[in-house]
Design a protein around this ligand. Structure first.
Ligand code: FAD
Length: 308
């Protein structure tokens, strides 16, 4: 992934996208349409999520296998430790190797059902992502990434503790991190500063910002609730004003504000020299495509040219 980012030919900065494993045929068709668009646009990689406790295990494997065999995209397969024994995790890592995956994002995961609920590790499993990074390296020849949290993980004691946890994951052999979504550039910059002060060597590893153009107020409220990241007042006010007072939010107006705001955020991040822009797409291509086109990185959707 570090090499992919370094050799990307997208103008200005590389970009990448996150998919989740689809549940039905319609969602599956949408995913592969989006994959085809992002392949044309030159995405540096696609990451594929893994449902808590292995709930999407087979679907995640199927999606990454198809990405490897049928597209020219490079996948990162997510893996979470929660609910699995160490033996099951070894088996899962081997399964990834068998389908040609060489990049894994090592995560601890959240308790299934209620992500904010009590955390009880599996008696024969792992406690933290740091241990999973080591296990993946033990099982095979993989490139490993981890999660980072610009606003701090919601279970971390404080930001210094959160920084130390991330550094431990990087020292255990992770080559980069992908951040939790955020909408205020200051959170990203402060995370980068904390790492640089605490351990300049590890801080040199790419911190890839996780982004999401807001297309629905209801949806983003749910995301904020689940992830513990905050919407800045400025964005919240703009989105609420766009949504209007009616019983149904004005989706077109909310989407316009969401894309405009994401474009502004990306401009600032590019100005700050980020290594890559990573978009949570929810398996849709259009909003991300519009943001990338606004940034003059790719042609606008609907314009004939393909790779920029
Ligand atoms: P860890 O780094 O292990 O941290 C978990 C908690 O334990 C933190 O509060 C940390 O402070 C604490 N901790 C860690 N190590 C120690 C230690 N040694 N001593 C004391 N405390 C410690 N979830 C999914 O289910 N599937 C996905 O595909 C998925 N993809 C994600 C992708 C990204 C980019 C991000 C940012 C998150 C993703 N998540 C996913 C959510 C993630 O699993 C949760 O946020 C989870 O709560 C934390 O995972 P982690 O890997 O950061 O855990």
């Amino acid at each position: 992934i570090v090499d992919r980012i370094a050799s990307s030919s997208t103008p200005r900065v590389p970009f990448s996208v996150e998919f989740y494993p689809p549940r039905d045929e319609a969602a599956e068709a949408r995913l592969w349409r989006a994959a085809s668009v992002f392949s044309e646009l030159g995405a540096a990689f696609v990451s594929v999520t893994y449902g808590a406790g292995g709930s999407t295990r087979d679907r995640t494997v199927r999606v990454v296998e198809k990405v490897v065999s049928e597209t020219d995209l490079v996948p990162i397969a997510h893996l979470t430790a929660v609910g699995h024994t160490i033996a099951e995790l070894r088996e899962m890592i081997q399964m990834y190797a068998d389908v040609g995956v060489t990049n894994i994002l090592a995560l601890r995961g959240d308790p299934p059902g209620d992500p904010l609920g009590d955390w009880t590790p599996h008696p024969e499993g792992l406690h933290y992502a740091e241990e999973l990074v080591r296990l993946i390296h033990e099982v095979g020849d993989f490139h490993v990434g981890v999660a980072s949290f610009p606003e701090g993980h919601y279970r971390a004691r404080d930001l210094d503790h959160d920084t130390e946890i991330l550094l431990n994951k990087l020292r255990a052999g992770a080559e980069y991190s992908i951040t939790q979504m955020f909408w205020d550039v200051e959170h990203y910059l402060r995370l980068r500063d904390r790492l640089a002060v605490a351990d300049p060597e590890q801080a040199a590893k790419p911190i890839i910002p996780g982004l999401m153009p807001v297309t629905s107020l209801r949806q983003v409220r749910r995301m904020v609730e689940l992830s513990g990241c905050a919407l800045p007042d400025g964005l919240s006010d703009r989105l609420r004003a766009a949504a209007g007072d009616g019983p149904e939010e004005d989706r077109a107006a909310v989407r316009e504000v969401g894309i405009e705001f994401a474009t502004e955020l990306c401009e600032r991040l590019i100005g700050e020299g980020v290594p890559c822009l990573h978009f949570n797409t929810l398996n849709f291509s259009r909003a991300t495509h519009e943001v990338l086109a606004n940034l003059s990185m790719v042609p606008s959707p609907g314009v004939g040219a393909t790779r920029a």
